[in-house]
Write a protein that binds this ligand. Structure first.
Ligand code: PBG
Ligand code: ZN
Length: 325
């Protein structure tokens, strides 16, 4: 009669039978760093096994991604000539736009998501435009953001993903897309994006560190959780199809809270610092490689269905190894 929870852990078969959460490659997104030029595939020093790709060599690696079960890419640009207001981001012949077109032409089944922000295009590395009095020029920022989103949609992006955290951007982007015949393009909003130290390796990779100040006046305070719900609810009201929480592992409580309150799909971004931390611990033998699986399944368990992760190339193998237990 006694309750014996270990009964359900006795054999592989019974453990499979009662497993509550699974990883699936269908819901994994792989972030990509694009650079201008040709013949470039260079490892990013702050992110082992992640690369700066020129479009040609990215296209060469996509069959390998597909073999590894990756069917969704999230594109970031690394532009050398930045402008004052970031408006070069909507150049229809720009790096991201060209890359989207080429991926879609060569691999039409690949889902292409493009990150929408100004930091990659602005010379000061900020995600917004500032007024002379150093307040955020929200309306000017929204205009540039919407233009960038539209140019990505025109190039063939399936989803645009605004990561700037400006109030009202989902609404403006949705309107701009709809008014131009892109009702079918989805918005995955970085809704609860925290001002995190864990973006460090990414900023090195994207050369997008702000040249003055920080992002605390637009990204969220790590101490807050109810505010995340307000951000998420606003984005849904404004038309977000998918909401994202970022970083992931240090914010599992936020993912869980969101899961209890909203009905749209929830994505979580296991960011560059989270990747770098686990990667180096595994490489140095401090934790074994099963630690990667644990990090990913914890994100799933907390309530995110979609995971954005730099481990993407390894996950299929990890699933094969770990899910049978
Ligand atoms: C820029 C952006 C950042 C990331 C995604 N988009 C960095 C930042 O806000 O400074 C972080 C991704 C990562 O760390 O993996 N808007
Ligand atoms: Zn940004």
């Amino acid at each position: 009669m006694a309750k014996r929870p270990t009964r359900l852990r006795r054999t592989k078969a019974v453990r499979q039978l009662v497993k509550e959460n699974h990883l699936h490659m269908d819901q994994i997104i792989y972030p990509i760093f694009l650079v201008e030029g040709n013949g470039i595939k260079e490892e990013i020093s702050s992110m082992k096994d992640q690369f700066h790709y020129s479009i040609d060599l990215l296209l060469e690696d996509i069959p390998m991604f597909i073999e590894k079960g990756i069917g969704k890419l999230l594109l970031f640009a690394n532009i050398t000539h930045k402008s004052k207001d970031g408006s070069s981001g909507s150049d229809e012949t720009g790096l991201v736009q060209e890359c989207i077109r080429q991926i879609k032409y060569n691999f039409p089944q690949m889902l292409v998501i493009a990150d929408v922000c100004l930091c990659q295009y602005k010379d000061d590395g900020h995600c917004c435009i500032y007024k002379k009095n150093s307040e955020i020029d929200r309306l000017a920022t929204l205009e540039v953001l919407s233009d960038i989103a539209l140019s990505y949609a025109k190039a063939g992006a399936d989803i645009v993903a605004p990561s700037d955290m400006m109030d009202g951007r989902v609404k403006d982007i949705r309107k701009k897309l709809d008014n131009n015949g892109f009702e079918h393009v989805s918005i995955m909003a970085y809704s609860a994006k925290y001002a995190s130290s864990y973006y460090g390796p990414f900023r090195e990779a994207a050369h997008s560190a702000p040249s003055f100040g920080d992002r605390k006046s637009y990204q969220m305070d790590p101490a807050n959780s109810l505010e995340a719900l307000r951000e998420i609810e606003l984005d849904i009201k404004e038309g977000a199809d998918i909401v994202m929480i970022k970083p992931a592992m240090l914010y599992l409580d936020i993912i869980h809270l969101a899961k209890e309150h909203v009905q749209v799909p929830i994505a979580a971004y296991q960011v560059s610092g989270e990747y770098a931390m686990i990667r180096s611990a595994v490489d140095q033998g401090q934790i074994n490689s099963r630690g990667i699986y644990e990090s990913l399944i914890s994100i799933k368990r907390s309530g995110a269905s979609i995971i954005i992760s730099y481990f993407a190339k390894e996950i299929q193998e990890i699933i094969l190894k770990e899910e049978p237990l």
